[in-house]
Design a protein around this ligand. Sequence first.
Ligand code: NAP
Length: 475
Amino acid sequence: MSLDIIQKNSLVAGNPVGQGDLLVVKNPYTDEVVGTVVMATKSDVEQSIDKALQGGRKLSRHERFQVLEKARHLLTQRREKFANLITSESGLAIREALYETGRTIDVLLFASLQCLQDDGEIFSGDTSTQGKSRKIFTFREPLSLAVCITPFNHPLNQVAHKVAPALAAGTPVILKPSEKTPLTAVAFAELLYEAGMPCHMLSVLLGPTSEIAEPLVKDSRVQVVAFTGSVPVGKRIASAAGYKKLVLELGGNDPMIIMEDADLGVAVHLAAEGAYRNSGQRCTGVKRILVHESIHDTFVEKFVAKTKEYVCGDPFDPATVVGTVIDEASAIYLETVVNKAVSQGAKVVWGGTRTGALMQPTVITQVPADSDIVVHESFGPLAPVLSFKDVDDAIRLSNSTAYGLSAGIVTKNMDNAFRFIKELHVGSVNINEVPGYRVENSPFGGIKDSGLGVKEGVIEAMKAFSYVKTFSVPW
Ligand code: NAP
């Protein structure tokens, strides 16, 4: 499908920036130009900060609810248009792009409802022997300015997970979306302005890291940096940010652990969904399949058969399940990772090759536990299968990487399920589900290299974009 070339601008408090360098966005499948974005400059960074801090009319909770509700209605009407845009610039299969727009509609719903939800607590002063007859009340105040930096893998939903909770909390945002998927981000910002969001509440700046992202991260007027992306960039941000709040949602290397008592049909389905959905480009994608040794061979046979159903091809074809990865360089990298594993003794039983930016869903067995494909995050549809002896071994293997995002377990034995819940060093454990299962308002986020344990999800993100103030009165 070809679209007219889309022309967008970085936005300073709703105003398109003037003439600047052009960021050219290409379709990873066809290599055609999808659109351009006029990039921002250092002076746009200053102006964005000034506009956000000057503020404007403060919206009541009900007005914030109305803006988010209107945005939800507009997005629902334009769902296909947004899905087409996501697929054009990211190469994600159209069915994934449509799914993503549905998730974003949920984000807007939950954020709007949260505007109507009171968030205070009351503490009675006379509850201790040192007490007094007073009451302490809590309420949340917005932060003065948030910088949000987002990755490419969910071009719309990652942006919505930052901007919608911030708007619900009343905190202005300067957004720096991925340079690989900027068109969806700018289109979403335009939709929010149309829905009535005051312009000072959002700027969207594209441009070189040294001119835009780095100065924003360091700026002392910024009270919170909310970053979703890779571990190296997250750590760089953590050391550069200085004295400010940080929300870091970083990479993952999630295991799908399949016990000997697992329903194999369920296990095969969940492993394939986890490994291949979104072209394997999910922080919570299944990056390691750990299978009990007694069922390893049967599992692999069924899993290869299932993998063949994950048709890889033209992202705009409704029959395509796996579109491209974000660009050809990423596909080449994934192919290298596979080849390196093979040189260390692994065996490719299905896939393993690429055409342009299309990486075939790939099943790999006999993978050494210390190979890159096991130890590091490979952001693509690669499914390395490893075997384990017992629960202790599975827990040891699972905890053996630097990451700690989430894990999925397939078992019918609840004693084992509870051991995994307690002993895996991750932010989320899902029993008989993929590691990434969540709803948009449930707490989400990792530990170890995957994050600082500060959660996102609409409700937790609203806490991150605000602070608790207390007041007390005689009672
Ligand atoms: P990335 O390379 O880390 O980039 C993420 C964002 O950071 C982009 O907007 C990028 O801008 C910007 N950036 C790059 N260098 C920066 C710097 N020095 N200072 C400030 N910002 C900088 O990640 P990606 O490749 O887009 O996304 C894939 C990664 O995101 C994977 O590791 C994945 O696991 C992770 N992820 C995590 C979660 C989670 O919730 N835990 C969710 C989704 C994805 P440019 O585009 O201009 O380079």
